[in-house]
Design a protein around this ligand. Structure first.
Ligand SMILES: [Zn+2]
Length: 258
């Protein structure tokens, strides 16, 4: 009896500490909706309105590109794009469709320096990217060019990759891939211009080749638009001897006209 009341006292002390810690982090980061910034009751969540609008990507999807199919055509079926223009990566997967809610989540990650947000996004990505994660030996982000990193201080894809590495136990390789050419922002460019803009922009430094040789790698980015960036990065990794590259992004632009 005495020991159980001691135990419950100990538990209530632990609970009060947790509560106090929660209060401290609430002061630093008040719990806001990750989509719209409205105050919500809990951390790492969305308000009801944003939840109802966020479109999670669920099976059935194209086995290679991961684009959602309107109906279930069976396991291992590919979309027309994957057949007409096979990508260099083995599979790509994304957690959600890039719509207004996803856009503001990505924007919040990019500009508000909130690494707690990366952990929440990584949780959604881990669920969507099970196949790709299961096949990978190590994980790495699409890198920013050194100059852009200096200006922004922060690579949002690296935050996502780091959070996913913590979650999955995959080895994190932050420096295996470099962006050696400063490229224009892809926003506003068409499909062809995007591919030209990032062609040959990535390289694996000689000293890092042993990290990628023969490995199955999970390449992480925030948004998949035409795939030009991850395709270019994949080619550099394969050239350096990677066995296979899988791609996992938080969001993906819905197929169809951009
Ligand atoms: Zn909201």
């Amino acid at each position: 009896m005495a020991s159980s009341s001691f135990k419950s006292t100990r538990m209530s002390i632990a609970a009060s500490i947790r509560q106090a810690m929660g209060t401290i982090s609430d002061i630093v980061y008040p719990p806001v909706c990750l989509g719209c910034g409205e105050i919500t009751g809990t951390h790492g969540g969305l308000c009801g309105d944003c939840w109802s609008r966020l479109k999670a990507i669920e099976k059935p999807v194209c086995d290679v590109l991961g684009t959602p199919f309107p109906y279930d055509a069976g396991e291992g079926v590919l979309c027309a794009d994957a057949i007409a223009d096979p990508p260099p990566f083995a599979k790509a997967r994304s957690a959600v469709i890039y719509d207004d809610v996803a856009r503001s989540i990505v924007h919040r990650l990019k500009y508000s320096d909130r690494s707690d947000l990366a952990a929440v996004m990584a949780r959604w990505m881990a669920r969507a990217g099970g196949d790709a994660i299961g096949a990978a030996d190590a994980i790495l982000p699409v890198p920013l060019h050194r100059r852009r990193l200096l200006r922004r201080r922060y690579n949002q894809s690296a935050e996502l990759a780091r959070a996913l590495s913590r979650r999955t136990g995959l080895t994190y390789l932050p420096a295996a891939l470099l962006r050696t050419r400063a490229t224009r922002q892809q926003v506003g460019l068409g499909t062809k211009a995007r591919a030209g803009n990032v062609r040959g922009a990535f390289t694996v430094p000689e000293a890092r080749r042993s990290q990628v040789a023969g490995q199955s790698l999970l390449l992480v980015d925030d948004v998949y638009t035409t795939g030009a960036t991850v395709k270019s990065a994949t080619r550099a990794l394969l050239q350096a001897g990677a066995g296979a590259v899988y791609v996992l992004t938080f969001a993906r632009v819905a197929p169809g006209p951009l």
